[in-house]
Write a protein that binds this ligand. Sequence first.
Ligand code: PLP
Length: 514
Amino acid sequence: MSSRSHLLNDRTAEHYRRSLTHGVERVAAKLADAEQPFTGVTPAELAPTVSAVDLEKPLGTASEALDELERVYLRDAVYFHHPRYLAHLNCPVVIPAVLGEAVIAAVNSSLDTWDQSAGGTLIERRLVEWTAQRIGFGPSADGIFTSGGSQSNLQALLLAREETCRLVRKNSETALSTPQILPKLRILTSECSHFSIEKSAVLLGLGPEAVVPVPCDEQRRMRVDALADLMERCERAGETVMAVVATAGTTDFGSIDPLPALAELCEQAGVWLHVDAAYGCGLLTSQRRRALLDGVERADSVTVDYHKSFFQPVSSSAVLVRDRDTLRHVTYYADYLNPARSVEKEIPNQVDKSIQTTRRFDALKLWMTLRVMGADALGELFDEVVDRAADAWRLLAGDERFEVVVEPQLSTLVFRYLPPERQRSQGGDEETLTDRANLYARDALFASGEAIVAGTVVDGRHYLKFTLLNPETSLADIATVLDLIAAHADQYAEQQTAQRTAAPSPALSAAQAC
Ligand SMILES: *Cc1c(COP(=O)(O)O)cnc(C)c1O
């Protein structure tokens, strides 16, 4: 085949149709027979297969490349659609969005300028408006699709930084330069917030120390009194609070910071409030739980990750702002792309609002989703996983083998296995044994591929985490995974105890000698 026969155009439409149908069939078959979320393959086992592929020797046909792909990727991929995938904030995807993805790839619009996207720009703008309305923002709102929550947070904080610098300059008698202002800027966010806040601070030239962690209550929500104290303390120290970042759905606990009280404080102090709703944004479509987001409409900016709780394929996210004027901080003109005169001619160029240039038409996936199934259907899916988490919490709370940290507001559960008294008293350091047993159980489960769970650290101790985003995950699945975890952890603790009883550690014998 000639090189040009691979180009997608009017003459290759048939080749395109066959090639994609072939691929879709393979994937459909794969999804249908995935008995486990994962095979448990290790990097060392898989690496030689990938290394052995000679990239200088193309196979020539899609069919052969798909056969090879089976070995290098599909066979051992991690499948989020499987009901026992319970690890991170990855959702199963809805079919209308996957259809949208196929259209995006083939038409390949770039959403930076009107002359590279036309209707794509209008569709993205409608969806930004739609999301802003769901948030409860007024007519001055705007926003832009981004690659993910991390980028949305970065852009929001960039706007906050620029607005704060402008205000500091306005209020100071001496003409302060940006390098003079930046070291004094602080971002206040709960100790449970996402690590992209810290990364953003670094990227924005503030350094990681600019992020001041605000203590949380028992439910892992930002403490308003602690925030008020810290704001005062910053002021006394001559520092400027550039933004308060509230989280609506923390990554570990799904906890939602008290948005109305935080909004009140920020309004009084004239501080930018950013709400990171990367996870909790699914509540925007919930018929039963929308009230959990009350107060979000008072934010200056909001991050939403459609690729988490809107069941969209990666990537699909947006940053929304209450006042569209603030987006001017990322507006730059280039003669070859979006010349300043395009503004006078009222040509809508999305690049004027984005930190990216060439940009995917991710909005189309959400568009297809809303046009085929509608927002209520999405909300039902999200409500279902939140209900399931509540049931799973009851299951865990009533199970002596486990200890669970908080009752979830959304769909995560942080818990740990507690070895029985008998093992704990003989297993040396009790907390160390518990930590190791949980770490071991997570690794053993991953290696078996039977289920995938996440892990985190709470107050210095190792915990396990379920993130439920799949309505297909039943309570019975959860019970099965808990049994698997208990069996692995118990096996580990049993082994440790046996070793200790056989050969007491020097420390133990010394203690006994006293
Ligand atoms: C996932 C997450 C992010 C980061 O989003 P990405 O899309 O992974 O970049 C930010 N904040 C919170 C609370 C998250 O859960």
